[in-house]
Design a protein around this ligand. Structure first.
Ligand SMILES: Cc1cc2nc3c(=O)[nH]c(=O)nc-3n(C[C@H](O)[C@H](O)[C@H](O)COP(=O)(O)OP(=O)(O)OC[C@H]3O[C@@H](n4cnc5c(N)ncnc54)[C@H](O)[C@@H]3O)c2cc1C
Length: 412
């Protein structure tokens, strides 16, 4: 299999690189990782992220695969991947638009009507408006279709009540994609409807959740008699599950397996710290461990290349893409743990104090979230076992039962 660029891909890569050279600085080896999940909430980072998104939009490099009439360039998926690979080589602000451009936009482009696309897509693409995803609830995460927030029709509006949780970035977002139950008399997947909600509407209350690393990346969001115009409903009443699946497929594709920094960071650290008076990199056990990380990361990369080959040939990647996050996030977590061990006593320091060789403390605390977001390890294993290996499906006791008749525990 040849993973080199085709001549057309190489031309496109050169064009992308030329624009980036003119508009951004190359990363330096000792740069702190740009993308620690918890840091995306400060006003400075939001403003910097918006300015970079606007610059890309003005230059024709935002949301490459989207139609030209909404500001995209109708590029192929492989061109989009090439752009992502090139952009990652440059110093750019943390990206606060991943949910909007990776999940909300593609869903509206697939299921929205022309008015909805014209209203939301251009400002989403240019970074003027920021979006969040209001799916998970206290009792509905992996089993998303078990959600309990409700929408009741009232004239030209819907009235929404309930609670969402783990909503990334809700505290600074303008719009959110929302799935709620509009009919409890049918089976759980059938009674859902999908909306876009104005996050500044009366009755929306956002409470940031403080995480283990002191960041406030996500929130609880409470809805009390929030009115949503019917014009903001995406697709038919009761078709919310099909629309949500589009969002979730795009989520898995956009999260990927990264987030943990590279083996090179670990090698740099192992050269700079000592074990028994000698550089740690000279210790054979350290070298073996680094080699083990390297081979697993290479395995993830090669699996990723299968996805890229499928994209390059115009095919849609299959459920085997779940492997990237399943293995990649675990390796990243183990690498952070190993790096902190190498730091010795300094490893116990707070992330701001432990400047040695990259923000390992920050990564160690943030990466467990990657193993949950966009499908937990167990859910990804279920997908691989059922849809890649063809093993028998899980038994689903609530299949075909009206949602209101599914037994639940007493209210606490
Ligand atoms: C960093 C981060 C950002 C997030 N951002 C958002 C966001 O912006 N919007 C949003 O809507 N949600 C968001 N989430 C929520 C995320 O989608 C859920 O946490 C995830 O789907 C898991 O759901 P849960 O937390 O309810 O856990 P549960 O589904 O209750 O799972 C609990 C445990 O049970 C296991 N489990 C559950 N079902 C099965 C099964 N069938 N077989 C085997 N094991 C099972 C799980 O693997 C897990 O270990 C975010 C989460 C994180 C960590």
């Amino acid at each position: 299999m040849d993973f080199n660029d085709t001549p057309e891909e190489a031309t496109f890569r050169a064009e992308a690189r030329a624009w980036l050279d003119a508009n951004a600085e190359l990363r330096r080896p000792d740069d702190r990782p740009a993308d620690v999940l918890s840091e995306r909430t400060s006003p400075e980072i939001i403003a910097a992220s918006q300015a970079w998104q606007k610059k890309k939009a003005d230059g024709g490099w935002a949301c490459l695969t989207w139609p030209t009439e909404y500001g995209g360039r109708a590029a192929t998926s492989i061109q989009n991947v090439i752009w992502g690979q090139e952009e990652a080589r440059y110093r750019t602000p943390p990206n606060i638009f991943g949910i909007g451009t990776g999940m909300c936009g593609p869903t509206i482009l697939t299921h929205g009507n022309d008015d909805q696309k014209a209203k939301w897509i251009p400002k989403l693409l240019s970074g003027e408006e920021i979006w969040c995803q209001l799916f998970s609830e206290p009792s509905a995460g992996s089993d998303l279709a078990g959600l309990r927030s409700t929408a009741v029709r009232d004239g030209d509006d819907w009235v929404v009540n309930g609670q969402k949780i783990w909503t990334t970035g809700a505290q600074f977002c303008d719009w959110g994609i929302l799935v709620v139950r509009s009919d409890a008399n049918v089976a759980k997947h059938s009674g859902l409807t999908y909306f876009v909600v104005d996050m500044h509407s009366p009755g929306v209350e956002i409470r940031p959740i403080t995480q283990i690393n002191r960041g406030q990346g996500f929130n609880e969001v409470f809805f009390t008699d929030v009115r949503i115009p019917d014009a903001h409903r995406i697709s038919e009443v009761g078709n919310g599950w099909a629309v949500a699946i589009t969002t979730l497929m795009n989520e898995r594709a956009s999260i990927g397996g990264g987030g943990g920094g590279s083996v090179n960071d670990l090698i740099r650290l192992a050269k700079s710290v000592e074990i028994d008076g000698r550089p740690a990199i000279e210790d054979s056990a350290v070298r073996q461990q680094i080699a083990r990380f390297y081979t697993r990361i290479k395995g993830v990369k090669m699996t990723g290349n299968r996805t890229l080959s499928a994209l390059s040939q115009g095919k849609t990647p299959g459920p085997e893409a779940s492997l990237g996050k399943l293995v990649g996030a675990k390796v990243a977590q183990e690498m952070a743990s190993f790096a902190i061990e190498l730091q010795g006593a300094a490893g116990a320091l707070d992330r701001d104090a432990a400047a040695q060789g990259g923000d390992w403390q920050g990564r160690y605390l943030a990466i467990p979230g990657l193993r949950i977001a966009g499908g937990t390890d167990e859910i990804l294993r279920n997908i691989i076992s059922e849809r890649v290996l063809g093993l028998p499906p899980e038994s689903r006791a609530d299949k075909g039962i009206a949602f209101k008749d599914i037994p639940t525990g007493p209210p606490s």
